[in-house]
Ligand binder design. Structure first.
Ligand SMILES: [Zn+2]
Length: 295
């Protein structure tokens, strides 16, 4: 060990000074909070103004997974993707929709208005700092409606940036066979637990997965297409859906790779997308005087 370090120091001393100074864009962290101010400018340039906002949640995940499971998993996927296709990744963000787990320990459920306001102020501040293309990477099953409404509501008033939403994308062709019923495998079940075994294996307590039931109680008898907010609680009051105990690293590796690949493809597509902002601007302009819009 000592020999290696003295050799390393000798090499450093022998190297010309310029060789030790990294190129402006080389070795830049993808973590927003790890960059210096001057490096941040280079990072935004290297990212072609593309930034990721991974969004998780704090909620119970069965008897065997950590409360921050979705935050930990989505950050694992987003950070790995950004390292493959450079983008600046916003720090930990877990202010999503989780009213349905308020009866369980550790849930942080901010009010409806604040969720939207905080998202808007966060994306506004990101854009003010050069993130003109923001991909919200969702890691929580209770967020899609909130995030799509948020993205849609960007048309309410002009913005000089575009919000994109990347959904959960852990399954795909070639997926290893599942051991549990896929219809019931929703929250802290086989799939999600497998992903957690890759992102944070130290926090997965597989031996506790059968301490509670993740069965669907199906207590509401309503027609398909008729929605009500208590639907989730009516089915899964333990806030656990599926069988986490049959999770495997094999499935987790597939899921992690599939999710990371999907985010990489989205970052590439967003970098290449020059149409969304142009169309948004055209739309904002026309929306000021709709009677002049060509019919
Ligand atoms: Zn989850």
């Amino acid at each position: 060990m000592r020999r290696t370090s003295s050799l390393f120091i000798a090499l450093l001393v022998a190297a010309p000074l310029g060789a030790q100074t990294p190129a402006p864009s080389a070795g830049l962290s993808v973590h927003w909070e790890e960059l210096t101010g001057p490096d941040f400018i280079n990072a935004i340039k290297r990212a072609q103004n593309t930034c990721l906002l991974p969004i998780g949640i704090l909620e119970k995940h069965g008897p065997h997974l950590p409360i921050g499971n979705d935050l930990l998993n989505v950050r694992y996927a987003a950070l790995h993707a950004a390292q493959q296709e450079y983008a600046v990744v916003f720090p930990e963000y877990f202010y999503g929709q989780i009213f349905e787990a308020k009866h369980q320990p550790g849930t942080i459920a901010y009010s409806r208005g604040l969720q939207l306001e905080l998202l808007q102020e966060t994306t506004n501040e990101m854009a003010r700092n050069g993130c003109k293309k923001i991909i919200i990477v969702n890691g929580h099953g209770g967020n899609p409606n909130l995030l799509q409404f948020f993205a849609q509501s960007q048309l309410e008033s002009p913005h000089d940036y575009v919000v994109y939403v990347q959904g959960l994308a852990r399954s795909g062709p070639g997926e290893p066979k599942h051991k549990s019923d896929r219809a019931g495998d929703q929250h802290a079940g086989e799939s999600e637990t497998s992903m957690s075994m890759i992102a944070r294996p130290d926090l997965v307590h597989l031996d506790r997965a059968t301490q509670e039931s993740g069965a669907d109680l199906a207590r509401l008898k309503l027609p398909d297409g008729l929605y009500t907010g208590i639907w989730w609680y009516s089915r899964f009051p333990n806030h656990y859906a599926g069988e986490g105990g049959v999770a495997s690293r094999e499935l987790g590796e597939f899921e992690a790779k599939t999710w990371i690949d999907a985010i990489v493809q989205s970052i590439k597509a967003v970098k290449a997308d020059q149409e969304s902002l142009r169309l948004q601007n055209e739309f904002y302009e026309r929306s000021k005087h709709p009677l002049d819009t060509p019919q």
